[in-house]
Design a protein around this ligand. Structure first.
Ligand SMILES: C[S@@+](CC[C@H](N)C(=O)[O-])C[C@H]1O[C@@H](n2cnc3c(N)ncnc32)[C@H](O)[C@@H]1O
Length: 407
């Protein structure tokens, strides 16, 4: 879609057409398009309205009902911060006494919407003309929000650095003009390929007293700038971002994890992991419970907080598994009862599965490179009960743990 077509889509006729469309149904889209063209609507307008309808249906998972009033590009939707994660970003600015935020590289405006709805004045900019126009539509309900089509590097920030002005950056991690095998814009995980650049982000953080930047979950611990707070967030078990907060917004400098579930968010800080025992686990002591830290906690390198919380032992460094005889409720970890544990040996495992009449096997693995499908075939399962096993390492050796979910 080009900017001229977007302007028509947001005009009375285009908007009316879009809002009148039924919930998107791929199987009915062709026929619907033909009917609309027969009814006299211009073919380009119909195609653009149907594209928006398809993107809105996809966006419901991130934006709920609000998606029905918003516009998207495919890349913009994919890169947009989901509303449950954008709202706490905005709250951090507000709760730090910030009143105005520059959103430099605003995309389709998801974070900017959260900032505006938290009552903050927003000046949002995007270097892509169409994306900036779309963000303007998505922010039109807030009088205190403005969107401009401009490169972040040329936006004039207040010279006197007032303490109530902050900057939010969510640099693009896609390389325009470079497609991946699915035809989508290729994603990059490299810090030196961000746009605006990582150097620019850090230069803003040096001059503005309250800055936040959203980066890839793979952001390296070694790259966390001194004095900042790096916060890995998961939503529904998937790590979605690492945000670096500087200045007023770095409430607890160091690394932390935020685990967002349906209605709650749990925080784990470096201090919670301080002094965690690094004693190695032993196969003959794997009784009781196995705890699996949320992935944001693992990414933040804070499995030690789980070790302390359950008074347990980590199975292997960096794996995120902790064993303990104690039954503890940890909202940011999954808990299993350990039924059995043994060195990984196909013959012994097959015998165990046969003795327990296992016909359906869930295989979890971490820290070992084993083909689960091949292993399952080799087990020649024939019973009618279910089992979950974990293939992992303990003390450098491959082991298998037989598990059952614990409440
Ligand atoms: C990851 S998206 C932002 C998503 C946004 N936070 C949201 O939740 O909707 C990054 C955006 O930065 C824009 N961008 C890339 N380089 C830029 C630059 N130098 N100045 C301004 N915007 C830029 C891209 O066009 C893209 O829309």
């Amino acid at each position: 879609m080009d900017p001229a077509l977007l302007a028509r889509l947001t005009s009375g006729e285009g908007w009316g057409l879009m809002q009148s469309l039924p919930t998107y149904d791929e199987t009915a889209a062709l026929a619907l398009g033909a009917r609309l063209r027969d009814a006299g609507f211009d073919a380009d307008l119909v195609a653009a309205a149907l594209t928006q309808s398809r993107l809105r249906a996809r966006a419901v998972g991130k934006f709920g009902e609000a998606a029905a009033e918003m516009l998207f590009t495919a890349d913009g939707l994919e890169q947009a911060t989901r509303s449950e994660v954008a709202a706490p970003h905005a709250a951090r600015f507000r709760d730090s006494g910030i009143q105005s935020v520059f959103d430099l590289g605003c995309g389709i405006g998801s974070d900017a919407r959260a900032l505006a709805s938290a009552g903050l004045r927003v000046m949002a900019a995007d270097s892509d003309e169409l994306t900036a126009m779309i963000a303007a539509v998505n922010l039109k309900q807030w009088e205190h929000a403005r969107v401009i089509h401009q490169r972040a590097e040329t936006v004039q920030l207040p010279p006197s650095q007032p303490r109530d002005v902050g900057v939010w950056l969510d640099p693009a991690r896609r390389i325009p003009g470079v497609a991946d095998i699915t035809g989508r814009t290729r994603r990059t995980f490299r810090l030196d390929e961000l746009s605006p650049s990582w150097d620019f982000v850090r230069s803003v953080a040096e001059t503005v007293p309250a800055v936040g930047a959203k980066l890839s979950p793979s952001f390296a611990h070694s790259a966390v700038p001194p004095g900042s707070q790096a916060q890995w967030t998961s939503f529904g078990g998937e790590v979605v971002e690492c945000v670096v907060w500087w200045g007023e917004l770095a409430w607890q400098p160091g690394r932390c994890a935020v685990v967002v579930t349906g209605r709650f968010a749990y925080e784990v800080h470096e201090q919670d992991a301080a002094g965690a025992s690094t004693d190695g686990a032993r196969l003959d002591r794997l009784h009781g419970y196995l705890y699996e830290a949320d992935r944001a906690v693992i990414r933040a390198g804070l499995t030690g907080a789980l070790v302390r919380r359950v008074d347990g032992v980590e199975l292997g460094a960096g794996l995120g598994y902790v064993t303990s005889p104690r039954d503890v409720l940890v909202p940011w970890a999954k808990k299993y009862s350990v039924i059995d544990a043994m060195p990984l040996n196909n013959k012994a495992l097959r015998a165990w599965l046969r003795d327990h009449r296992v016909g359906r096997l869930t295989i979890k693995k971490r820290g070992v490179s084993i083909d689960s499908d091949q292993l399952r075939r080799q087990m020649r399962l024939s019973g009618n009960s279910e089992a979950t096993i974990l293939l992992t390492r303990v003390g450098g050796a491959q082991v298998v743990l037989m598990l059952s979910a614990a409440l």
